[in-house]
Design a protein around this ligand. Structure first.
Ligand code: NAD
Length: 252
């Protein structure tokens, strides 16, 4: 493991890769104002009456949907959040043909907002919602406007956000596509994730070379070829393909 300290060296590692895949987590969106789970200010370290892991489980959703929705709408819907330089940098790498796939554990849709096209959302997306009874689909406006718990306007069934809750399995196609894209790439950039959530964390073992960019240490740093500690968005400003990263803001 090489601890990379200089931006110049980091740029060299990325420049010398021909095909890159990115695997990211909640930390990537922290600089867009969305808290992660496990940092000091993260959702798990805030005061709650009920353990968030319990609320975010399939059984809890089915049995206590009102409490689930109260928590979910307050803590997970950041609909005004904008992509940060980290999201934009990845979209630029894809545009020039260097990056094949963004694999994200995030459910906020910010990679697509920044312009990334080939995005695998391992844990789903808050913008898609479906009735558990009749499968009618609902957009995010419906979710916001309805009282909790959100029910289907056709059959009165519960409407469930298409996000993967604890005790639910990931979509098989997403996992297969993620594994294949990592196997084919010559560099996996991992960022903004504690690598505590499985099976997402397991994916890194399929990579030929791993570059981790994270604010804090993870239990998997030693399995990475290169490790850089810092804020992903800040770092991406430095290695940005645009002369002035503020140009990004005009795109929105
Ligand atoms: P996590 O909270 O377990 O870990 C976040 C990691 O990101 C930490 O190691 C932290 O040090 C690092 N980090 C924080 N800010 C950073 C920054 N600016 N730059 C680089 N690193 C930074 O998150 P996880 O590993 O993604 O796993 C938790 C689960 O949380 C995921 O399943 C995800 O779906 C869900 N989640 C998603 C969102 C979102 O969609 N934005 C927000 C919160 C939680």
């Amino acid at each position: 493991m090489e601890i990379v300290k200089e931006i110049k060296r980091l740029k060299e590692i990325i420049d010398s890769a021909k095909s890159i895949v990115f695997l990211g987590g909640a930390g990537v969106s922290c600089e867009s104002g969305i808290p992660d789970f496990r940092s000091n200010l993260g959702i798990y370290n805030q005061k709650h009456n009920i353990n968030p892991e319990k609320i975010l489980s399939h059984n809890f959703f089915m049995n206590q949907p009102k409490i689930f929705y109260d928590f979910y709408k307050e803590k997970f819907l950041y609909l005004d959040a904008l992509p940060n330089p980290g999201h934009f940098y990845l979209a630029d790498l894809e545009e020039i043909g260097k990056l094949n796939t963004v694999i994200t554990q995030n459910i906020d849709g910010l990679h697509q907002k920044a312009g990334s096209v080939n995005v695998i959302e391992l844990h789903g997306n808050v913008y898609r919602n479906k009735c558990v009874k009749c499968s009618k689909e609902f957009d995010i406006d419906y979710i916001i406007k309805q009282a909790n718990p959100v029910r289907c306007d056709e059959c009165n069934g519960l409407v469930k956000p298409e996000v993967v809750l604890y005790n639910e399995t990931l979509e098989e196609d997403n996992v297969i596509n993620a594994v294949n894209s990592i196997i084919e790439a010559d560099l996996l950039i991992i960022a903004g994730t504690s690598l505590n959530v499985y099976p997402a964390a397991e994916l890194i073992r399929f990579a030929k070379k791993k570059l981790l960019i994270n604010l804090s240490r993870t239990s998997k740093d030693i399995f990475c070829d290169y490790v850089y500690y810092g804020k992903f968005g800040e770092i991406c400003k430095e290695i940005s393909l645009k002369d002035n990263w503020q140009l990004y803001l005009k795109v929105l």
